[in-house]
Write a protein that binds this ligand. Structure first.
Ligand SMILES: Cc1ncc(COP(=O)(O)O)c(C=O)c1O
Length: 389
């Protein structure tokens, strides 16, 4: 089996496992307890915080360990928006993850906020000028993801942040899909808050972190014992925190393989596009690469195959030993077209044919070339079935 669904989740890295299992089985103390096992756990948590902070080049007081990317996004958006009553206006991009979209909608529903949605172009990129035109003196927060999880487009976070800063708004970026490929410290330098999910980087599921500048007021989502400097109550998931911080540190090193991975991704893209060239002439299928041709991370490659059905291609691919998905794992099983592809201007029937291949920098050349050939064969097989049906 060739697993090409890394944007959904990744296996835990060996180095991460080696660090976390003793924290669950041997050094399992509660970091708030004043005895030996508790102090050992507290030291492990300190190690996690220092590692994450130094990787992101922020202060240790800026790190809040969470249950993952979803909670990090909710905490940053809801927590900052409620605690900074500059106004009740938010701006987000049209291609945000559901955890950003829904957090904004919650503020609209329950707290009287309004949200403006910055459009994206056909490649899924936000135009910073179009976004700037939505900003108002009462804009509290702008949230634009660093890398889109469905098509891999890299957003101009620095330019968006500069525009937001110019009106005094806070800036958050969802860096869940960016951390394995881009310089997360550079991204963090532009923003007030940034979200990371451990399991996308070789860490454990159910663990992540929010970088939220410690000087900013933040309304916690979880109330209780005052852990995480009162920003996130609840006994800390020490193993999860260590796993996230370690995975983030290792991912930062992995991003050095960007160019090599880009070369492999380019081969994958060329093989699929050229392998299916001409098939559209017979009235059925050709491959469209979705996302930005230049501003994209190597590890997320998404196609649409007009004339087929994405789910049918996925089944055919799995039969051939390639495991991937149609897009966001959270929307898996949904029969609705992806809101991301719709926002990019794709027709619903084309959006329903999306297939996403996603991989880590560790993916080998053989895996990707095998997958490329399998995609061509699978699409041809589904298209033939559609034609003869
Ligand atoms: C861009 C993006 N943001 C947030 C999340 C949510 O992260 P988690 O699964 O850790 O809650 C995901 C996961 O699919 C994602 O791709």
């Amino acid at each position: 089996m060739i697993y090409l669904d890394a944007a959904a989740t990744t296996p835990v890295k060996r180095e991460v496992l080696d660090l976390v299992w003793p924290l669950m089985a041997r050094d399992f103390g509660n970091p708030s307890s004043h005895h030996g096992p508790g102090e050992t756990a507290a030291r492990a948590l300190d190690y996690a915080r220092t590692t994450a902070a130094s990787t992101l080049r922020v202060r240790t007081g800026d790190i809040v360990f969470t249950s993952g990317g979803t909670e990090a996004n909710n905490l940053a958006i809801i927590g900052l928006a409620l605690a900074n009553p500059r106004g009740r206006h938010l701006v987000r991009s049209a291609v945000e993850h559901s955890s950003v979209r829904e957090a904004c909608d919650y503020l609209v529903r329950q707290h009287g906020f309004t949200v403006d949605v910055a459009p994206v172009d056909r490649s899924g990129r936000v135009d910073p000028d179009a976004l700037a035109a939505l900003l108002r003196p009462d804009t509290t927060l702008v949230s634009v993801m660093a890398v889109n999880n469905e098509v891999g487009t890299i957003q101009p976070v620095a330019a968006v942040a500069a525009a937001a800063r110019a009106v005094g708004a806070l800036v958050h970026t969802d860096a869940v899909q960016a951390a394995g490929w881009l310089d997360a410290a550079e991204l963090a330098s532009h923003v007030d808050a940034l979200s990371i999910s451990g399991h996308k980087l070789g860490g454990m599921k159910g663990a992540g972190l929010a970088m939220i500048r410690g000087r900013l007021r933040l309304e916690p989502l979880l109330h209780g014992g005052g852990q995480e400097r009162g920003r996130r109550s609840g006994t800390e998931n020490v193993a999860g925190a260590v796993s996230t911080a370690t995975a983030l540190r290792l991912a930062a090193a992995g991003s050095q393989h960007f160019d090599e991975a880009r070369r492999r991704a380019a081969y994958l893209i060329d093989t699929v596009l050229s392998g299916l060239e001409g098939t559209a002439g017979q009235g059925t299928t050709a491959a469209l690469l979705t996302g930005d041709p230049v501003h994209r991370v190597p590890g997320i490659v998404s196609f649409a195959f007009p004339g087929t059905h994405g789910e049918a291609v996925l089944l055919e691919l799995e039969r051939r030993g390639i495991v991937c998905s149609s897009g966001s794992a959270c929307a898996a099983g949904s029969t609705d077209p992806s809101p991301v592809l719709l926002a990019m201007g794709y027709e619903p029937d084309v959006a329903l044919t999306a297939v996403r291949l996603s991989f880590t920098p560790e993916a080998t050349e053989v895996q990707l070339t095998t997958a490329a050939r399998a995609v061509v064969a699978a699409v041809q097989s589904v298209a033939t079935g559609v034609r003869s049906a």
